[in-house]
Design a protein around this ligand. Structure first.
Ligand SMILES: Nc1ncnc2c1ncn2[C@@H]1O[C@H](COP(=O)(O)OP(=O)(O)OP(=O)(O)O)[C@@H](O)[C@H]1O
Ligand SMILES: [Mg+2]
Length: 361
């Protein structure tokens, strides 16, 4: 079997601006043809990481490889990249056509070939026919698509997209997400996509890199990141969660029993978050459970725990039901709903040991 090649590799990158450590030991491999997302809160170092790859910035220490070539000291224009920047996109004084021909002229592509390549790129982003418009004559979404076409037209080895969908309304974001994904698979260009929107990252990526404070917390597929977060940060950053405190009262048969007030909850031993994976009876711990993993029923038939409804919100596709359980409030997201439920109703709730995450305090 042939090993999948890495198109980009970052080894041990550190970067400091004054006393602010912005990248604190980044190691990253991007496989050929994959769409990899850098996801994390504002200021965690996503754009800085892209700038290292693009060559706009040099790390204080560490190395960057593109197509297995060490490019740490190579200037940006020799790295063969297409990039859509976070802060600005098109040249305002140029038409769509001129915006796209700019990079081709720099690369001395003959005029006739330029026209062909430009048509092909505009076709890919569904913008044919608007060549002679200026950016100010386009909608926000059309501008973003032209920016993507401009990055693609030079047929780059690598595509870097820094929050290309910010400043767009929800519907357009949704459409362009799907379009970028389709386009990326169609031309097979290795792509690094930056976002701080977890839904965007989960829906688009082959793999997601979750960053926090200049470090990588986890690199995995979207389903792994969501269902098997490695750290508390990843768990909280991706999706909603309930958390509450308890004490370990038993450890046996791959299960940890945690007591919270009058209730005991089993947790799979594989679901310990964080570095400290040792667990003993008497340890104080925090339990985490996602709202959509909680079962809610009207009867005690399945040995669930007794709870009381405190609030109910209809969300269109599901109900958001808040309950109190042993004095703690829990949020539940459920598509099933009993019409007799109302604020004050007694219900029964529970979840599987495999759906609960645990972390030592
Ligand atoms: N040229 C610079 N000089 C000084 N500090 C900088 C510079 N560029 C970035 N920083 C700082 O480095 C940190 C990381 O910035 P970066 O732009 O990589 O964040 P980001 O993850 O892209 O955030 P956002 O989601 O807001 O775009 C921030 O604290 C930022 O203030
Ligand atoms: Mg940024």
């Amino acid at each position: 079997m042939q090993a999948v090649k890495n198109d980009v590799q970052i080894k041990g990158a550190f970067k400091q601006f004054g006393s602010n450590v912005v990248l604190n030991g980044i190691d990253l491999e991007v496989k050929q043809g994959e769409l990899l997302t850098l996801l994390g809160p504002s200021g965690c170092g996503k754009t800085t990481t892209l700038n290292l790859i693009a060559g706009f910035l040099e790390a204080d220490s560490g190395e960057v490889f593109i197509k297995e070539k060490n490019v740490t000291k190579t200037p940006p224009y020799k790295r063969d990249l297409g990039m859509v920047f976070q802060t600005y996109s098109l040249f305002p004084h140029m038409t769509v056509y001129e915006n796209l021909s700019f990079g081709l002229k720099l690369r001395k592509v003959p005029k006739a070939d330029q026209a062909k390549k430009i048509s092909r790129s505009l076709e890919l982003v569904k913008m044919l026919g608007l060549e002679h418009r200026y950016p100010r004559e386009l909608s926000g979404g059309q501008r973003q698509r032209v920016a993507i076409a401009r990055a693609l037209v030079v047929e780059p080895e690598l595509l870097l997209l820094d929050e290309p969908l910010s400043n767009l309304d929800a519907k357009l974001r949704h459409e362009l997400r799907a379009e970028i994904k389709r386009l990326q698979k169609e031309i097979g260009v290795t792509t690094i996509f930056v976002t701080h929107d977890q839904e965007e990252a989960l829906s688009m990526s082959d793999r997601v890199v979750v960053m926090n404070g200049g470090k990588i917390e986890q690199i995995s597929t979207p389903t792994e990141i969501y269902n098997h977060p490695k750290t508390e940060f990843v768990f909280n950053f991706i999706g909603k969660s309930n958390s509450f405190e308890g004490k370990i009262v038993g450890v046996e048969n791959q299960k940890i029993s945690v007591q919270m007030a009058d209730d005991i909850f089993p947790v799979d031993i594989d679901n310990i978050l964080g570095e400290d994976r040792s667990c003993r009876v008497g340890d104080e711990v925090k339990l985490y459970i996602r709202p959509e993993k909680i079962k809610i029923e009207s009867t005690s038939a399945n040995h669930l725990h007794k709870a009381t409804i405190t609030q109910m919100n209809y969300l269109g596709t599901a109900w958001e039901v808040d309950v109190t359980l042993s004095g703690k409030s829990l949020q539940i997201l459920t598509p099933a709903y009993d019409s007799s439920w109302q604020v004050g109703s007694e219900v029964y709730v529970g979840w599987s040991p495999s759906e609960t995450m645990l972390m030592k305090k």
